[in-house]
Design a protein around this ligand. Structure first.
Ligand code: DQA
Length: 147
């Protein structure tokens, strides 16, 4: 059994009510509970974490090194486009991760086209809405089970 860590960054606690045309109507609680069930069904566990604070996310990523975390799924929210600190934390712990975005960041403002994560991620799921989280989890499980 592996532990997978799901991290959601700033404002993703508002999913469901936040700009539903862009981000959908499913709230974070529902995403986290259905993913937890899905992980369980495949014999793994999921640790869910959301924060609006960059340093808390950096601390959570660093803590992954001292736990049995084998894979990280992360939607860094707006920190995607700004956070060298979160990128460095992920590089420091050497745990593979997938980057997730509900919206297609490439069809939006220019400042959303730059990600500090994509070039070091094992994979990116962008613009698939809440379904992207599910697909990311299934892909992570496949990688874990094959390793
Ligand atoms: C987002 C895209 C980011 O540009 C934005 O700041 C978010 C959400 C997404 O999931 O589409 O907060 O990460």
């Amino acid at each position: 059994m592996a532990n997978i860590l799901l991290i959601n960054g700033p404002n993703l606690n508002l999913l469901g009510s936040r700009e539903p045309d862009l981000y959908g109507e499913v709230n974070l609680e529902n995403i986290e509970s259905s993913l937890t069930e899905l992980a369980k069904k495949h014999g793994h566990s999921l640790d869910c974490f959301q924060s609006n604070a960059e340093h808390e996310i950096v601390d959570k990523i660093q803590a992954g090194q001292n736990s049995d975390t084998q894979f990280i799924l992360i939607n860094p929210g707006a920190f995607t486009h700004t956070s060298i600190a979160m990128r460095d934390a992920l590089l420091a712990i050497n745990i593979p991760f997938f980057e997730i975005h509900l919206s297609n960041t490439f069809s939006r403002e220019d400042f959303r086209h730059k990600s500090y994560f994509s070039d070091v991620a094992s994979g990116c799921l962008i613009g698939l809405g809440a379904h992207g989280y599910e697909l990311a989890l299934l892909a992570a499980i496949k990688k874990i089970d094959l390793s």
